[in-house]
Design a protein around this ligand. Structure first.
Ligand code: MN
Length: 244
């Protein structure tokens, strides 16, 4: 055969398409039985557009409903075979990754870390968030040299991060604050601390609106912090009762 008619080509192409599509059908059927717990993505406490113009609604929707959900879906798949990863507080699992079976250790580190980081992230943001006050402001002044210094160093840290990761203010036992960055979805809980607040500098967090302008995103982000929630986190961390 030296040439194919148009019809033969179409039949051949259809055959290829059918072969290519069949694994998808299998996947879709399997997806119906994918475990939906024990880990869950909590709904946002505000509408997806509430942080505009600093973070646009579509970025929030994709970030929360798809990226965060993907970490949680991966976790639930891991927990299906290894229920022990859901049987202890998240801080305890992340703080003792050596106790997690080696076969799933990286998966737990990435996906449980991602779940913890994002749960914090949604919680510390909100519309009309005010200014730091009370105990948390006193700690910022004491440990980080005040708000202006904190913002400038925190943003510089976020800008310097090569690739994906987070810039954090961490809180240690006893309430001491520090500025830190972590790659990928690593969590301060891996070192027995908590994130007081943190900004996600993975490109998925800002690319639709800011493209390569990470510095602009870092600067704008301070407009949408919920300082009441951050102060509550600080008080809970000091008391040893902060979950995520
Ligand atoms: Mn993210």
């Amino acid at each position: 055969m030296t040439s194919m008619s148009r019809r033969q080509l179409m039949i051949a192409a259809t055959g290829i398409a059918a072969v290519a599509a069949s694994p998808r059908i299998v996947f879709t059927q399997a997806a119906a039985s994918v475990p939906t717990g024990p880990f869950k993505v909590e709904p946002l406490a505000y509408p997806v557009g509430a942080l505009e113009p600093h973070i646009d609604a579509l970025t929030m929707e994709i970030h929360h409903d798809r990226h965060h959900q993907a970490y949680v879906t991966n976790l639930n798949n891991l927990a299906y075979e290894h229920p022990q990863i859901a049987a202890k507080p998240i801080a305890e699992i992340l703080g003792n990754l050596d106790n997690v079976p080696e076969a799933i250790r990286t998966g737990v580190r990435n996906n449980l870390g991602g779940h913890a980081n994002h749960t914090m992230f949604w919680q510390i943001m909100g519309p009309g968030g005010g200014k730091p006050e009370g105990e948390v402001l006193a700690a910022i002044d004491r440990d980080l040299g005040g708000m202006e210094k904190l913002q400038s160093e925190f943003n510089a840290n976020g800008l310097k991060l090569f690739g994906s990761g987070w810039t954090f203010v961490t809180v240690a036992k006893g309430g001491r604050l520090a500025l830190e960055t972590r790659p990928n979805q690593d969590s301060p809980m891996m070192d027995g601390k908590h994130a007081l607040l943190g900004n996600d500098v993975w490109e998925h967090a800002y690319y639709l609106n800011y493209q390569n302008r990470r510095a602009d995103y870092l600067k704008a982000w301070w407009n949408i912090l919920n300082w009441k929630a951050i102060e509550e986190r600080y008080v809970a961390a000091k008391a040893g009762t902060l979950g995520l």
